[in-house]
Design a protein around this ligand. Structure first.
Ligand SMILES: Cc1cc2nc3c(=O)[nH]c(=O)nc-3n(C[C@H](O)[C@H](O)[C@H](O)COP(=O)(O)O)c2cc1C
Length: 190
């Protein structure tokens, strides 16, 4: 059985939950999967894994620190392995005029994924750009204030609070389809 490792960093929870959604799909496709929040647990060795998936949430244009450190630490090994990158972010539903949306999504794909892969000399089998979660209860007051415009736009766009102050803008089917594609590319037999 191919062993897969999913390593993630999160601030507001979307990347943690998305990692579990990806793990479920990979398991159904016959892979053995371990999921690690790399802020809580350091990974010492990746030699046993035939697939590595690295994910991060985005804040102010940046990845979380720990998955980036993981990419740096294992750069040489990762360059030889089947690996994939994904991010959870707000750029799938940018708060801009309609004609700017495509550009915002393209920019996000380039800045958060393609450039990250290039920076670490990686050649991922897939790049996943997914939506995120806006949890206004977990934000500092300054972020809550800054993002109040996003909140109004989400409401205007028809997003409903999942619970008080929490908007989930992810499309789980997109995530599942992506994970299935990754599983097919890698295969369940090492
Ligand atoms: C303060 C703040 C800043 C953010 N900045 C960005 C950004 O620069 N680009 C983007 O696409 N999404 C941005 N987002 C949306 C986050 O990417 C989204 O909340 C995502 O779920 C974060 O991942 P996490 O939940 O795993 O931490 C921002 C969200 C917050 C709360």
């Amino acid at each position: 059985m191919t062993k897969a490792l999913i390593v993630y960093g999160t601030r507001y929870g979307a990347t943690a939950d998305t990692s579990e959604v990806i793990a479920d799909v990979l398991r159904k496709e016959g892979l053995e999967v371990r999921v690690v929040n790399v802020k809580e647990e350091k990974v010492q060795n990746i030699s046993e894994y035939g697939l590595i998936v690295v994910g991060s949430g985005i804040r102010m244009g940046s990845w979380t620190k720990e998955p980036e450190e993981f990419l740096r630490k294992f750069q040489q090994e990762l360059a030889k392995k089947k690996m994939a990158l994904f991010v959870c972010c707000g750029s799938t539903h940018p708060v801009t005029e309609e004609e700017e949306k495509t550009r915002a999504i393209e920019d996000a794909r380039r800045n958060y994924l393609a450039e990250k892969a290039a920076k670490h000399n990686l050649n991922p089998v897939a790049l996943g750009l997914f939506g995120g979660i806006y949890n206004f209860n977990k934000m500092s007051w300054i972020f809550r204030k800054t993002l109040s415009v996003v909140r109004s736009k989400l409401e205007e766009a028809g997003f409903k609070e999942k619970e008080d102050g929490v908007y989930d803008i992810r499309d789980l089917n997109t995530i599942r389809r992506w994970a299935k594609k990754v599983a097919k590319m890698v295969g369940s037999q090492p």
